[in-house]
Design a protein around this ligand. Structure first.
Ligand code: 3PG
Length: 213
């Protein structure tokens, strides 16, 4: 898969909803219910981070949920690329990017939303063909003001900022022309997942799905 084709796909995903939930799942048995609640609440694009031993099984479970588009986050290595594809992930997100990782994703056909946090990193990804990028860690790297500034000389990159994005600051991000959507963990707090409070998560998702710039 070419980086250009990957970017077309990740842009289409970003256009489905203003927020991509960033999910850390400890118990794969809860994954399907979690995905159902988020999709029902209006957030169909889900990023499961590879930060728990249950992550790959969670992707497997969520991939069966109707209406969901399940991807994997925190992808760091070519091995991760192979594992998440095998589990059924349809896209990948990485906090940064390395040539080795991007080579693997392109060869395997995993559309990547690769991470950048500076103008040089964003330019290097653009040079390779990635027009759609994650901006990470967003708040810590200057937030919406930084993304706006990068957009002045390089308006052709579309960003999905994650890291410190909240319901309070999301509208500022979403108001920028070079932001396609945002990512965040606030729609699926650990305590609500643990408690199996799917109604509360659905409600958080519904509110997030209505965010706009
Ligand atoms: C990520 O894991 O991509 C982000 O760190 C999510 O950050 P948040 O927990 O601040 O939303």
């Amino acid at each position: 898969m070419t980086p250009e084709a990957a970017s077309q796909q990740t842009e289409a995903l970003c256009r489905l909803a203003p927020v991509i939930p960033v999910l850390t799942v400890k118990d794969a048995a809860k994954a399907a219910k979690l995905a159902e609640a988020l999709v029902k609440g209006g957030l169909p694009v889900l990023e499961v981070t590879l930060r728990t031993p249950a992550a790959l099984d969670a992707i497997r479970e969520m991939a069966q949920v109707e209406g969901g588009r399940v991807g994997a986050g925190s992808i760091l290595t070519p091995e991760h690329v192979a594992q998440v594809l095998e589990a059924g992930a349809t896209f990948g997100v990485s906090p940064g990017s390395t040539p080795k990782l991007l080579d693997a994703a392109e060869t395997a056909g995993l559309p990547m939303l690769p991470g950048a946090a500076t103008a040089s990193e964003a330019m290097a990804l653009l040079e390779r063909g990635y027009r759609v990028q994650k901006f990470f860690p967003a708040e810590q790297s200057g937030g919406a003001a930084a993304i706006k500034s990068i957009g002045a000389p390089v308006p052709q990159i579309l960003f999905c900022p994650t890291g410190g994005v909240t319901p309070a600051n999301a509208p500022t991000y979403l108001s920028l022309a070079n932001i396609a959507c945002v990512g965040g963990s606030w729609v699926a707090p650990e305590a609500l997942i643990e408690a199996g409070d799917w109604a509360a998560i659905e409600e958080l998702a519904r509110t997030a799905s209505q965010l706009a710039g």
